[in-house]
Structures are given as C-alpha cells and as structure tokens.
Design a protein around this ligand. Structure first.
Ligand SMILES: [Zn+2]
Length: 145
C-alpha cells in the first residue's frame, strides 16, 4: 500500500469513527486530499474532487473537511490573505513560508529554529509543546543571492 492509499484509508476510518457514511463523493474528496501536497483551500479541493466525481458539492467538501479536522487526520491552516487551507496531518513536522503575491505555500524545516524555540520556552520556564511558524514573503528578483 502506498503512503497516499494509507492516508486515504486513515481518512476513511476517521469518517466512519464519526458515523459519516463513505459515499462516492466523499471517497473522491479523500482521494484528492490524500494526494495533495500543496495546501489547497476548500474551493480548490472541490474543483479537484469534481474532476474525479462531478457530483461532489461544495457543501459535502465543507462538511467532510470539518469531520476530518475534528478527527485529527487533517490540519486546517488559517494563513493570512485567503481562506483556510488544508493538509494531511500525518506529514512530518514542518513550518510554512507563504508567498504574499501568489499565495503559494512552501514547506521548510530548520533544526536551528526548532532548537531556538525550545530554548526560548525554557528560558521562560516552559516546555515547548507545539508551535506554528508562518513566514510571509515576497520573492526577490534575480536568483536569490
Ligand atoms: Zn504543510
């Protein structure tokens, strides 16, 4: 079984755990969600799910996303400058860089930042439990040097 199939199956189980019937439409949405690595919003997920099954409605997309989020199998990101964006929750920890002009989301991970955050929490007498870091960026012209 591929990672994508495994992810889709986890999402199916999450729906079942919440007593939500796995319809053809929902199955199309799960497939699309499991495949997407680019943090799509609900409209984009709707568009992609419709490419698999025309009869998927936006209401189904919203309702299903809510259930999946409640069950902890997807994460909802409220990045500035747009609607909520979604991604599978089984990804290894990463932070996000958001292109303020295009809305593109780039994933990154920095051990330096991870350590620094833990240190800051410790300095204040805390143990770091979890964090979210969002960098809002504009692309530099040229090759970035
Ligand atoms: Zn991400």
């Amino acid at each position: 079984m591929t990672d994508i199939e495994k992810r889709a199956q986890e999402m199916e189980e999450a729906l079942r755990a919440d007593g939500v019937r796995l319809t053809r439409q929902r199955s199309a949405l799960l497939q699309v969600l499991a495949e997407s690595g680019d943090h799509p919003d609900a409209n984009e997920l709707h568009r992609r799910a419709q490419a698999v099954d025309e009869s998927v409605s936006l209401a189904t997309v919203y309702r299903t996303l809510t259930v999946l989020e409640d069950q902890g199998v997807i994460h909802r990101h409220a990045f500035e400058g747009g609607g909520a964006r979604f991604e599978a929750a089984d990804m290894p920890h990463h932070d996000h860089l958001i292109d303020v002009e295009t809305g593109d989301v780039v994933e990154f991970r920095s051990d330096k930042i991870e350590q620094l955050q833990a240190e800051i929490a410790r300095e204040y007498g805390y143990e770091l439990v979890h964090h979210k870091l969002e960098l809002y960026c504009r692309k530099t012209s040229g090759n970035g040097s």
